[in-house]
Design a protein around this ligand. Structure first.
Ligand code: HEM
Length: 461
C-alpha cells in the first residue's frame, strides 16, 4: 500500500528542467569532465536534463550539482542506481571487473570482503615506508634547482605504494604501471563517450594498444601475487590482506584472478589520485608561503626521524591543506550512475534508463556554497568551519555505499608525504596556474615546475 502511494507520488513529480544550451555547446561541455559540468549547471541550474543524441544511441542525462540532489543519487543503497553506464562497461571490458566497476549484485559481496582491509585502523599497517619514500625523492632534488612537482609526486607515490603495501620495487617499472593504465583507461573513456561504438573485438589500433596495455598490468599483478604466495614474510600488507580476505557472510575468499583484478585498481588508484593530490598541494603551498610556513611549523614540532602513522594526530593543518587541495582539484571530478528504476532527485522524477551525472568538482567550487570558491584557503577545513559544511557539498571521495574504499589510505599516504616533503624542502612554484586535464581521472595538464631548496630550521618559505 505504502509502496503504491510512493510510486504514484513519484509519477506526479515533474521532470528536471531541460538544459537550454544548444547541442554543440552541450556536447562540448559534457565531454569536458571537469569544468564542463559548471557550464551545464550555469545554463540549466543545479539539476538539469539534457540529451546528447537520439535515445537509441545515447541515454538521456540528468546532471546533479546541488548537495541535496547529489545525496539523493549517491545515498541509494539498493540497485535502483547502478554502475552500468558505458564508462564502467568499457572499463570492465578493457581492464577486467574490480570493486570500482562491478554492478550491484557481484559488488555487494566484493565490498563486504574488502571493506575490513581498508578501515582506518587497518591502513595503519600500510604506512610503513611512506615517509622514507618521500625523503628519498627529496634527496634527489638539486639545491635551488627546478623540479616538476607532478613527475616527482608520481615517482613518490609509486615508490611508497610498491615498498609499503605491495612488496615490490616499482621504481624502475613505472612503464609497466602508469603508461599502460593510462592507455587502457583512456581507451575505455574514449569508447564510453562515442555515440556509436564499433565492436570491441575489431583489431583497430586503439583497441590493440589497450589490450596490450591491459596484458602488461595483468602480468605485473600476477607477479606481485606470486611473489607474496612464495614468500609469506614479504612486507606486502595489502597483498596479504587480499589473500586472507573473506566475505563475512558467505565465508568465501577471493580467487587469484579476483585478487589480481583488485590489485590492478589499487595499483592505479593507490598512486594516480594521490600523486595528483600531492602535486596540487605542493604547488598550492608554493604559491601561498604563509600556508607553507604553517605546515613547516607543524612538522617542526614533531620528533626527528621519519614520520609515522603515530604522527598523524599532530598533522591537522597538513590535513586541512590536503582537504582544500581535494576541493579545488578532485581527481574524480565527475561520476556517473544509471537509473535502473524511476527515482526522485531533488524533487524531480528521473525515469529509468537515464544516465545520472554527479558534478563533484562543480559542487565543490559552487560560488553559492563557498566564499571566494577559487581561493586556496585551508582554513575552510578548520574543525569549527567543517561543522558548518553540508555533508554533500564536499565529496572528493564520493559518498554513500560506493564511496572510495581507499579514503583513509589516501589521506594517510598524502599527509605523511606532504609533511615529509615540506620538512625537507622549501617549495617556490613557478607558474600561477595549475593546468588540469582529464584522461580518466583528473591530472596535471602539463609539468608543474617549482624551485626547491633544502629547508633550514627557522627559515620561512
Ligand atoms: C586522493 C585519492 C583518492 C580520491 C580523490 C578518490 C576518489 C574516489 C571516488 C570519488 C570514488 C567514488 C566513485 C563513484 O562514486 O563512482 C572512489 C571509489 C573507489 N576508490 Fe578511490 N580515491 C582515492 C584514492 C584511492 C585509493 C588510495 C584506493 C585504493 C588503494 C582507492 C580505491 C577505490 C575503489 C576500489 C573505489 C570503488 C569503491 C566501490 O565502488 O565500492 N581510491 N574513489
Amino acid at each position: 500500500m505504502v509502496e503504491l502511494r510512493l510510486e504514484s507520488t513519484l509519477a506526479e513529480l515533474p521532470l528536471a528542467p531541460k538544459n537550454p544550451l544548444p547541442y554543440r555547446q552541450r556536447r562540448r561541455a559534457a565531454k569536458s569532465f571537469h569544468t564542463g559540468m559548471e557550464t551545464l549547471r550555469d545554463a540549466g541550474g543545479p539539476i538539469t536534463r539534457f540529451t546528447l543524441g537520439p535515445r537509441l544511441l545515447a541515454p538521456p542525462l540528468v546532471l546533479a550539482t546541488s548537495p541535496g540532489a547529489i545525496r539523493d543519487i549517491l545515498s541509494i543503497k539498493d540497485d535502483s542506481v547502478d554502475k552500468t553506464t558505458s564508462v564502467f562497461v568499457e572499463m570492465r571490458r578493457v581492464l577486467g571487473a574490480n570493486l570500482s566497476n562491478l554492478p550491484y549484485e557481484p559488488w555487494l559481496s566484493r565490498r563486504r570482503t574488502l571493506q575490513p582491509v581498508f578501515t582506518k585502523q587497518r591502513v595503519r599497517e600500510f604506512g610503513g615506508h611512506m615517509a622514507q619514500a618521500a625523503e628519498s625523492v627529496c634527496d634527489e632534488w638539486p639545491d635551488g634547482g627546478v623540479v616538476d612537482l607532478d613527475a616527482e609526486s608520481r615517482k613518490l607515490t609509486l615508490r611508497a605504494l610498491g615498498r609499503s603495501v605491495l612488496g615490490i620495487d616499482l621504481d624502475h617499472r613505472a612503464d609497466e604501471v602508469d603508461q599502460p593504465l593510462r592507455v587502457a583507461l583512456k581507451h575505455a573513456m574514449h569508447r564510453a563517450i562515442l555515440p556509436v561504438r564499433v565492436p570491441s573485438w575489431l583489431p583497430i589500433p586503439g583497441a590493440r594498444r589497450a589490450r596490450a596495455a591491459s596484458t602488461k598490468v595483468h602480468r605485473l599483478a600476477q607477479e606481485i601475487l606470486r611473489s607474496c604466495r612464495a614468500d609469506p614474510t614479504r612486507v606486502a600488507p595489502l597483498v596479504h590482506a587480499l589473500i586472507d580476505a573473506k566475505d563475512p557472510v558467505t565465508g568465501e575468499s577471493l580467487s587469484d584472478e579476483e585478487i589480481c583484478e583488485e590489485l590492478i585498481i589499487f595499483l592505479f588508484a593507490g598512486h594516480d589520485t594521490t600523486a595528483t593530490t600531492l602535486a596540487y598541494a605542493l604547488w598550492a603551498l608554493g604559491r601561498n608561503p604563509e600556508c607553507q610556513d604553517r605546515v613547516a611549523a607543524e612538522v617542526a614540532e614533531l620528533p626527528d626521524g621519519p614520520l609515522t602513522v603515530d604522527d598523524m594526530p599532530r598533522l591537522n593543518y597538513t590535513v586541512q591543506v590536503l582537504r582544500e587541495s581535494l576541493r579545488l582539484c578532485p581527481p574524480g571530478p565527475t561520476g556517473t550512475r544509471m537509473a535502473c528504476r524511476d527515482i526522485e532527485v531533488g524533487g524531480y522524477r528521473v525515469p529509468a534508463g537515464t544516465m545520472l551525472v554527479v558534478g563533484r568538482m562543480a559542487v565543490q567550487r559552487d560560488p553559492g556554497l563557498w566564499d571566494a570558491p577559487l581561493k586556496f584557503d585551508p582554513d575552510r577545513f578548520s574543525p569549527d568551519n567543517m561543522k558548518k559544511l553540508d555533508r554533500w557539498q564536499y565529496i572528493p571521495f564520493g559518498g554513500g555505499p560506493r564511496s572510495c574504499i581507499g579514503d583513509h589510505f589516501a589521506m594517510l599516504e598524502t599527509t605523511l608525504a606532504l609533511a615529509t616533503v615540506i620538512r625537507r624542502a622549501e617549495i617556490d612554484s613557478v607558474e600561477e596556474e595549475f593546468p588540469l586535464a582529464v584522461h580518466f581521472t583528473m591530472i596535471a595538464g602539463a609539468p608543474i615546475p617549482a624551485r626547491v631548496r633544502p629547508r633550514r630550521p627557522g627559515v620561512s618559505a
